[in-house]
Structures are given as structure tokens and as C-alpha cells.
Design a protein around this ligand. Sequence first.
Ligand SMILES: Cc1cc2nc3c(=O)[nH]c(=O)nc-3n(C[C@H](O)[C@H](O)[C@H](O)COP(=O)(O)OP(=O)(O)OC[C@H]3O[C@@H](n4cnc5c(N)ncnc54)[C@H](O)[C@@H]3O)c2cc1C
Length: 315
Amino acid sequence: MLKVVQQKNIPLFTKVTVTSLNKNDAGKITGVALELPNGDERTLNGKSVILATGGFGASKNIIKKYRPDLAGYKTTNQPGATGDGLELAEDIGAELVQMNLIQVHPTVQQDNPHTYLIGEAVRGEGAILVDAQGKRFVNELGTRKIVSNSIVDLPDKSAYLIFDQSVRNRVKAIEFYDHIGLVVTGENVNTLAEKINLSPEVLSQTVSEWNEAVTNKQDNRFGRTTGMERQLSKKPFFAIHIAPAVHYTMGGIHIDKKTHVLDGNGNVIPGLFAAGEVAGGLHGNNRIGGNSISETVVFGRQAGQQSAEYILDKH
Ligand SMILES: Cc1cc2nc3c(=O)[nH]c(=O)nc-3n(C[C@H](O)[C@H](O)[C@H](O)COP(=O)(O)OP(=O)(O)OC[C@H]3O[C@@H](n4cnc5c(N)ncnc54)[C@H](O)[C@@H]3O)c2cc1C
């Protein structure tokens, strides 16, 4: 895409903040106002605008407005996930939908200023979750919502991922997690338990019960049926302290399938398109892993095509 941008001499502005969307008396989009890094303001004229400004996972204010219960949560998102696009669109009459639907990711290491999402692959390859007693408390591969809720219901509101060398061999990302100091290592289950202040007896009992479930392919405690290919028995053993954090905002700007932005009456705002996490309503109440990148590709392309058609058409 960058190559095409260069070939066609398309001006590209980085480190600017779009501060408003402009429209004319007929209600058609005419461009945007923006602020340059030095504070100067500028207007860019255009017959159409595609909003692709991402979600609002890093906006404490918007989260507090729609989900006060999540106001104190940390986030996995980069600081630019401010939800600006939602406010810009709302200011010119766009409708926002399902703003209360916010996905919380269950396994986020957050003991340092930076949060680190510990990917599903760790559980998928066989890790278990234990509470401060060293006991399992949930089917670790339930939906993000179910697993997050069960962690938040624990007295400590956090848990430990426990795994062994065989899981580590399967998940390359663990090398990175360890490299940046997120992983606690124990030569065996007992020493690991001592290092993270869990009862060695209880954790050993939990691991041997889990290994039995893996052998029998039957998790009588929590009904887990996936990520049971290998026992936790290859030394050394590892733990990562995790807790849930805001991860993805399912709600956003109301669009139709051609990415037109709709107002509160369901009418198209002429010249305004939105795609990606800034748009709402595609995922329902549980965005499935992988579906966001797919959304950005599919709807980003659609928005490009539709806005080009709009411009070339009669406008
Ligand atoms: C840690 C992590 C892991 C993830 N893993 C996956 C995964 O494995 N699979 C998957 O499908 N999804 C995953 N997601 C979700 C996915 O990455 C995001 O939903 C997706 O990247 C959003 O893309 P976007 O283009 O809509 O917005 P973004 O990529 O957020 O881009 C929006 C851009 O707009 C800029 N912007 C915002 N406001 C303004 C303004 N006023 N003026 C100018 N610019 C502005 C922002 O700075 C940003 O650069 C993950 C998310 C996180 C945080």
C-alpha cells in the first residue's frame, strides 16, 4: 500500500490529530480539520472521509461513561486507542451502537507499568490457571468473558498460569515473556509453588489431578475438552501472574454492510465511511480471536471501494 501511495504521490500526514469532521449545509462531508504536531490547525478538503481510528480501549473517560464497572481496569491497547473517531462521528450526528460491549482479556500480565497480553496459545498448548490457593477454578479455554469473570470473582482478582517445559517448547512467545521477566521458573512443582507463595501440597495435587484428566481425556472438574494433548510433567515448571484487562471494544459507529456511517434515523451520512475497530456491531458480545484483523482487512477494502465509487459517482 505504501508503494502505491508513493507512486501516486498521495499526501500522507503523520502525527496529526483529526479534530473535527466538516460537512456542508446539504449534510455532505467536505473534509476534516486537524491539528499539526506544532499546534497549528489546518483543514483538509475531500469529498469523502474514511474513519479508521480504532477502538476506545485506552480511553478511561469513554469506558467510564459506558462501563463504569471497568473504569479501574488496565488495558492491552496502545495509547492511540482513544476513541476519537467515535466522538468525531457523533458530533455530526452518527449513531453509536453497543458501546457497553467491551471485551476483557483474561490473561494479561500487569505487575509492571506496561501490560503484556499472554496469548491464548499458552492455555491452548496445555497451561492451567490456578488461584491463590493453587487450585483450578475454571475451564481455562472457556470464552474470554467466562474466564475473565471467573478470575475477577476470585478474592485476589488475579491468577497464575502454570505450565511446564513441554508447553514452553510449543509456544515461541514464552521465550519473549521470559526474556522480559514475566515468567517465574521452578525446578519442580514444589519449588515453583514456594516462589509464588502457593501451597506446594495443593499445587502438586492440582497438577497431578490435571495430568490424570489429560490421560483420561476427561476433565471432571470443569469440563475442559481442548488443550489436553500433553501432561504437565516435563521439568522445569513455570508460572505467569495474570489478571483481566480491557482488550477490545465491540461497540462503535453504526455502519451498514457497505461501511456507510448511519445517523440516528438509519440514514446514510453522505461521504462518511468507517471501518475497523471504530465501527460497532459486527462481533456481538464476544469478539472471537483473529476476527478483528479480518474485520480491518475486509471492511477497510470495502470502505476504500465504496468511497471511490461515491466520489466517482455523482458527488
Ligand atoms: C495486544 C493486542 C493483541 C491483539 N491480537 C489480535 C489478534 O491476534 N487477532 C485479531 O484479529 N485482533 C487482535 N487484536 C485486535 C486488533 O489488533 C485491533 O482491533 C485492530 O488492530 C484495530 O485496527 P484499526 O485499524 O481499526 O485501528 P488501530 O490499529 O487502532 O489504528 C487506529 C489509528 O488511528 C489513530 N487515531 C486515533 N484517533 C485519531 C485522531 N483523532 N487523529 C488521527 N489519528 C487518530 C491511532 O493513533 C491509530 O494509529 C489485538 C489487540 C491488542 C491490543
